[in-house]
Design a protein around this ligand. Structure first.
Ligand code: AMP
Ligand code: MN
Ligand code: MN
Ligand code: MN
Length: 306
């Protein structure tokens, strides 16, 4: 099984990189991309992490990735960068800026909460190990303080598109996201395209701009996707000659409906365009730097469907 979209505690995931890799292996994943929101700290943390992996534990190919928040026509679009160089300076400049925007957004929300007599968000966020503060963290705080009943309510009432504390940071543009991923040697893909609720026409325009900027792929299979949506994306990949990806968007073991590795494989329509067949895909590297014991093939992503 191949899973190319997951989060660690360096963004809004619950697990350390090592714990995520262990869970992925236990779930039968043999090629895993870590794609934190606006952060590549997961790949730079091995030395200081208390929870590290023994090289002998690692039997999967680890792909270095990132999920950038970007803006296109006033909408927030998430762009996945796969096979990036996490040390790339240009990309890291952008990540520093995006992380700052995230802190500023949290500070604005904190001010509003304080006006309503709710204090403690700043201290709560400071206590987290994450580098990219997200609305998920703020939702957790609102739940702990009893201000929201659960995540769903935290987003619908306060943090989501129609929420009371909605503020949209000036993320980089869609084209900037693609350019920075390219600078870092990576492949750009539009993450979870059906989650933006775009009409066919609008999605077409988004993909026109994305491809014109150098964007190469689409996430075709991911959690909570209806079969007709999966096939719409597979056909788009086919007609537009884009690379196809699959990923759970795993955040936490508690969300059992989007566990790492528990996704459908790519439909036959786009299987030959699987992103792991891309010429820049590494073939011989594992997380431990050992030769990959399981070379990836065209049908590799389909073997362990939930
Ligand atoms: P941010 O990166 O701060 O803009 O937050 C986006 C993240 O919030 C997504 O990656 C999800 O993890 C989470 N999220 C967004 N909308 C919802 C929702 N309605 N319910 C639960 N989590 C959500
Ligand atoms: Mn998230
Ligand atoms: Mn996303
Ligand atoms: Mn994600």
């Amino acid at each position: 099984m191949i899973d190319l979209h997951t989060h660690t505690r360096y963004s809004d995931g619950a697990l350390s990189p090592a714990a995520l890799v262990r869970r992925a292996i236990a779930n039968g994943v043999r090629c895993l991309a870590i794609t934190d929101h606006d952060s590549v700290a997961a790949f730079q943390s091995q030395a200081e992490e208390p929870d590290t992996l023994e090289a002998s534990d690692i039997d999967l190919q680890l792909i270095r990735g990132v999920e950038l928040s970007s803006l296109w026509q006033g909408r927030e679009i998430h762009i996945l960068g796969l096979v990036i160089d996490p040390e790339n300076e240009t990309l890291n400049h952008l990540l520093t800026r995006q992380q700052q925007l995230r802190r500023e957004r949290a500070a604005r929300i904190n001010e509003q909460l304080c006006q309503n007599g709710i204090t403690g968000l700043e201290a709560y966020l400071d206590s987290l190990p994450c580098q990219a503060i997200g609305r998920n963290h703020i939702a957790d705080f609102l739940i702990t303080t009893g201000y929201a009943r659960d995540k769903q309510q935290a987003f619908s009432k306060y943090l989501g598109n129609k929420g009371k504390y909605r503020t949209q940071p000036q993320w980089c543009t869609l084209a900037e996201a693609v350019e920075h991923i390219a600078q870092a040697g990576g492949i750009s893909l539009v993450a979870h395209p059906e989650r933006y609720r775009l009409s066919n026409g609008k999605l077409g325009l988004l993909l026109d701009d994305f491809q014109a900027a150098g964007g190469q792929g689409l996430e075709v299979s991911y959690s909570n996707l209806a079969p007709e949506q999966l096939y719409r994306l597979a056909r788009l990949c086919q007609t537009r000659k884009m690379w196809a990806s699959q990923g759970s968007d795993f955040h936490s073991p508690e969300a059992t409906w989007m566990d790492v590795g528990k996704i459908r494989g790519l439909p036959p329509e786009c299987r030959e365009q699987a992103v792991w067949l891309h010429p820049s895909w590494p073939t011989s590297e594992t997380a431990s730097g050992q030769a990959n014991r399981h070379p990836v093939s065209a049908d590799a992503g389909t073997q362990s469907n939930p």
